[in-house]
Design a protein around this ligand. Sequence first.
Ligand SMILES: Nc1ncnc2c1ncn2[C@@H]1O[C@H](COP(=O)(O)OP(=O)(O)O)[C@@H](O)[C@H]1O
Ligand SMILES: [Mg+2]
Length: 356
Amino acid sequence: MEFGAVMVLDEFSLDVGQGEFMTILGASGSGKSTLLGIISGLRQPTRGRILLDGADITGAPANRRNIGLVFQSYALFPTMNVFDNVAFPLKVRRRGRDEITREVGRALSLVRLDSYGARRIAELSGGQQQRVALARALVFNPSVLLLDEPLGALDRKLRQEVQGEIRDLQRQVGITTLLVTHDQEEALSLSDRIAIVNAGRLEQVGSPSELYSRPATAYVADFFGSSNIVTGRLHEEGGLRFLDDRGVRFLCEAAANGADAGERALSLRPESIRLDIEPAAHGVAAVVDQAIYLGTAVRYRLVLDNGRQLVAVVPSDQQQHPPATRVWLRWRPGDIWLIPQKPGSGNTAASGGASR
Ligand SMILES: Nc1ncnc2c1ncn2[C@@H]1O[C@H](COP(=O)(O)OP(=O)(O)O)[C@@H](O)[C@H]1O
Ligand SMILES: [Mg+2]
């Protein structure tokens, strides 16, 4: 997809399964809304195809695609009541009065607004308005539901509430759903699979746990927040495998073969690091720079002898270490994830991309 000379989506191929809840996760400006616009027919792609149930709908007008849409701004008709808002897609499709009454009732009941038909939009809370928008998107039994940052305008508590409702509703109706968001927590909690988009390109597609524990790129590891990413030279010694970061050696799981030695990046989750006062075999020395009590855990900022900072999150029932304490860091080698992509290659955040 190009806007003038600017490439906004490129080499983008994504399959969404029947009944699946797929989330497109990416920073602002990464091309998420453009993608939904192309799928819904509000925008025409420069190249490429959109298939729905096997049929090519790339040239089909938006109102023929049988796709339900919900945006961040509710885009409800303020002068109509709730019933008429939800009835609108059915009226456009010239359905009969009885069918409209029945289907609107069913959609409102799905979003638990049964008795709200006569209410004016202005009389509803933000969360209720978004539920009306959801009912309007579902009332004509679309094959796909597209949600573009639908909870962005809601405050945190309400957002979590509506998140739960969307998930329940999606399971109940079994509708194939594509959600767009920049909120990784939202993506992790709602999705069957997540597609991470960075500057108009797909970084990785996978289940929440796959992306969290086995990120394919440094961008993905970084996007899921607070992972320690260390670059260095991978090598084997005495049957063990290490990543050497300017004199500090990170013990990794032994390789099946030595073929992948060289410059690599690893990701080490903060909760995988353990802190000890006593030196440990293959441990890494560090000084506590900051210790923040989080309730169930303590988050440490640690400085290694080579100056690199790491973050560790340790359950607060374990021994605590005040700033300036010298500690030893340990982890299970299996907790180190070697990022498949070599640093500096491909479409990482650092290499930018053609879209901005
Ligand atoms: N109609 C347009 N004309 C030119 N550039 C556009 C247009 N719409 C979006 N863009 C640009 O395309 C990029 C992706 O935008 P968008 O899909 O809205 O991102 P997101 O939804 O991920 O925040 C941005 O750089 C944006 O400025
Ligand atoms: Mg957007």
